[in-house]
Design a protein around this ligand. Sequence first.
Ligand code: IPE
Ligand code: IPE
Ligand code: MG
Length: 256
Amino acid sequence: MPVVTQPVVEVCDPVQSPDLGAASIPAHVAIIMDGNGRWAASRGLPRVAGHREGAQAVRRTVEAAIRNGVGWLTIYAFSSENWRRPASEIVDLTGLLRRYLKSEIKELSENGVRLRIIGDRTRFDEEIQADLARAERETQRNTRLNLTIALSYGARAEIAAAARAVAAAAKAGELDPAKLCEEVFEGFLHTAGTPDPDLVIRTSGEQRLSNFLLWQAAYAELVFLEVLWPDFDEAHFAAALAEFARRDRRFGARAG
Ligand code: IPE
Ligand code: IPE
Ligand code: MG
């Protein structure tokens, strides 16, 4: 289950001024990695071949994020709705996940990458849960890139779990409902203590969020790319960053 932390912010200020200074590099990039199945189908290959190739694209993307000075990268690897897929595909995906963790942890650590997992990990078997906990533990002191993998993740489930935790804290007398504001609520989400994504990229041409970071992406810039995830490379990453740099972020305020 997600670790529910105590709220970090006690003071709520709904009229805080947004930082309108145009940061040209997003501090936090989140990616909906879509199109593995279509990539495989277009080559007459089984879907698992697309997922396997997708893991290579994850490697390239982590390197690209580091090279571009992005401090936070969140990747959507498996949604709470993806449990609806055939059991054989779920077995393939969890197998690839275990292999990825086994083969990458050393290199991620050498590159200064800290790994975090968000989502309902209790739905995975115990061995996988142990692998996930180990990967987080072994990388927890790294600071160059914060890599979050969303696994068995659904934003609505995350928000409902946070609401449950808030209600329980209020019932126990630990939280005054009158003082519950956005900043306090955020402390109950899986992403507590991490910055909101500035840029959300989705590959494969689909233009939807599919239950990804619905709270956190409130003011993210959205970039939809036609490329299928297994073909995603540093040039696509750079193109999305360039598109981000051209955007005029206003957060409801107005510049000048
Ligand atoms: C993304 O690729 C990976 C997961 C959702 C696990 P898909 O498997 O959704 O590929 P398409 O969308 O069917 O092409
Ligand atoms: C979204 O892709 C989830 C991930 C990329 C992990 P899907 O392929 O599951 O999304 P839908 O079903 O097309 O909305
Ligand atoms: Mg898909």
